[in-house]
Write a protein that binds this ligand. Structure first.
Ligand SMILES: Nc1ncnc2c1ncn2[C@@H]1O[C@H](COP(=O)(O)OP(=O)(O)OP(=O)(O)O)[C@@H](O)[C@H]1O
Ligand SMILES: [Mg+2]
Length: 253
């Protein structure tokens, strides 16, 4: 993936005319979205609107039915070799942690850089310990995921994604499976990542987090992007009736 995309003003992620269908269901169409280097874009919207599907299209877990996605100036293709190359630069964190249960915390974090990127183990391990320290889990290197809390597991999942040196991080409701008292520790790690300049696309229902951390909020609804803009516009003074309806529903909930 070529570097220097920001120098040319090119977005890191450029989505044009994206369409996704499942059989007769059109999830979205005509989606245009740019994400620039170091930008934090928060996707919100009603259940079933296609937020997860859009993120999954960005890292090639789902295939578009129309339109294009470019990452770092490179067209997302669907041949295995191209997908694997692209995925090394795109980290994804899901709702349900997806850690390897038979590996220790350290094993989970070192696995991809050692095996997929084939970097020297000693270097990978040292960096993994540093990443686990960064997410507050330096003392958990040798335990198995089953002995961790949900918030700890999710922080391991973030460290594991970071170990591949991604240029882009995708988060799909990373806190929605957590007990309320564990949400903050995961959001704090994400906020620190944003402050370091990580480019992120985040699906979340945490409106306070969106308000504080998002550069841009994108409302996905009615088969496309219904509204987007800075959080103080989309969340506090939405221009569309669709956004007002959605926010009212969220607040009532
Ligand atoms: N693999 C699939 N096969 C068929 N339909 C699917 C598939 N994945 C998603 N869908 C449908 O596509 C639509 C969008 O789903 P998606 O999971 O992207 O929504 P979402 O915005 O992430 O919702 P939520 O907030 O509930 O997570 C839904 O109607 C869903 O049922
Ligand atoms: Mg979803």
């Amino acid at each position: 993936m070529p570097d220097g995309t920001s120098a040319t003003g090119e977005p890191l992620v450029r989505i044009r005319g994206a369409a996704k269908r499942f059989g007769a269901l059109t999830v979205f169409e005509n989606v245009d979205l740019d994400v620039h280097e170091s930008e934090v874009v928060v996707l919100i919207g009603p259940s079933g609107a296609g937020k997860s599907t859009l993120l999954r299209c960005v890292n090639g877990l789902e295939r578009l039915d129309g339109g294009t996605i470019d990452i770092g100036g490179e067209r997302l293709g669907y041949r295995e070799s191209a997908l694997n190359r692209m995925r090394r630069h795109v980290g994804m964190v899901f709702q349900n942690f997806n850690l390897f249960p038979h590996m220790t915390v350290l094993g989970n974090v070192t696995c991809a850089p050692a095996k997929v990127a084939r970097r020297p183990y000693r270097e990978v391990e040292e960096e993994a310990r540093g990443l686990l320290d960064k997410v507050g889990l330096a003392d958990k290197c040798d335990v198995y995921p089953s002995s961790l809390s949900g918030g700890q597991r999710q922080r391991v999942a973030i460290a594991r994604a970071l170990a591949m040196h991604p240029r882009l991080m995708l988060f799909d409701e990373p806190t929605s499976a957590l007990d309320p008292e564990l949400v903050g520790e995961v959001l704090d790690v994400m906020r620190a990542l944003a402050a370091e300049g990580m480019t992120m696309m985040i699906v979340t229902h945490e409106m306070r987090f969106a308000r504080r951390v998002a550069d841009r909020v994108v409302l996905v609804a009615d088969g496309g992007i219904a509204e987007q803009g800075p959080p103080e516009t989309v969340l506090d003074a939405p221009r569309t009736a669709r956004a007002r309806d959605f926010l009212r529903a969220v607040l009532e909930h």
